[in-house]
Design a protein around this ligand. Structure first.
Ligand SMILES: [Zn+2]
Length: 285
């Protein structure tokens, strides 16, 4: 092999080598591109995790005793006693486990106060549940939610504290005094939810029970927003709710448990007129 041929061979070696390097670079680009796509997918929420609490109102009244409570700070959506969501589930077959085709905000946390159908509704829980949902409910209600497939189910009882991913939820007794719709021995509850640097109290189905006053120093201290039933019959009526609010002086009270099954807007208005505290009547959404 003469000198020129040798040079040619060396040149062709380098040319090949350059091509190889180009292929290597291309391969590396492809791998890193795939890796980046993989990583960014990891950061994306699952398809069903479609909440964006940032642009939502803090409190939404969904009718009856249903409150949707949103936290921008934690970017979470909570529901208390979800019932009759989207106004079409009254006759819904509770065995329909695929009723997720709706525009409702999916729940990170669901709180249920007791087992009555207008508070503990499997059909409605299904509408807002996602795989990561955590649900708190009394034991009799939890029996009705067996078919609900969620991350965690927590059975609650009165006078306890629960730490739900850093959100402290306290349970307050809820029962009737002169009627038997909600016996004390059922251990049903109301909730105090500590989020948004506020204390929200959802009273559940209750009369004006002595615990509300007694708990002033213990659990119902510094309530910022109280959701109080005013519809009467099964719960406090407006006048009783005025007394209940007077027992622990919430900064704001929002009347609930009227407008559909029991009670009317007049009850809410009477409550607003008579209560010493700031009362806001929410529009149903
Ligand atoms: Zn009830």
């Amino acid at each position: 092999m003469n000198f020129r041929k040798k040079i040619k061979k060396i040149k062709s070696y380098f040319i090949l080598s350059t091509e190889s390097r180009l292929i290597m670079i291309l391969l590396l680009c492809l791998v890193s591109l795939l890796f980046t796509v993989g990583c960014s997918n990891k950061n994306k929420p699952p398809a069903d995790d479609n909440n964006n609490a940032e642009n939502m109102k803090e409190i939404i009244w969904r009718g009856h005793a249903t409150i949707q409570l949103n936290s921008q700070e934690k970017n979470i959506v909570m529901y208390i006693d979800p019932y009759n969501l989207d106004n079409q589930n009254n006759d819904l077959d509770n065995n329909n486990l695929n009723n997720k085709n709706n525009n409702l905000d999916k729940a990170d946390i669901i709180l249920i106060t007791h087992a009555h159908y207008d508070h503990c509704s499997l059909a409605d829980a299904i509408k807002i549940a996602k795989p990561s949902t955590i649900i708190l409910a009394t034991s009799d209600c939890m029996n009705n939610l067996e078919k609900l497939d969620v991350e965690k189910k927590v059975i609650v009882e009165p006078n306890k504290k629960y730490d739900i991913n850093g959100i402290i939820v306290e349970t307050i007794p809820a029962y009737n005094i002169n009627t038997k719709f909600h016996p004390k021995e059922n251990n049903w509850v109301g909730y105090v939810i500590n989020v948004n640097n506020r204390r929200y109290y959802h009273a559940g189905d209750t009369d004006n029970i002595p615990e509300m006053a007694l708990l002033k120093e213990i659990t119902l201290a510094n309530i910022d927003v109280a959701f109080l039933p005013v519809g009467g019959t099964y719960t406090m009526n407006a006048e009783e709710a005025v007394k209940a609010a007077g027992a622990f002086n919430p900064k704001k009270a929002i009347p609930i448990h009227y407008g559909s099954i029991v009670g009317t807007k007049e009850d809410a208005e009477l409550f607003k007129e008579k209560c010493d505290c700031d009362v806001e009547i929410l529009e149903e959404n």
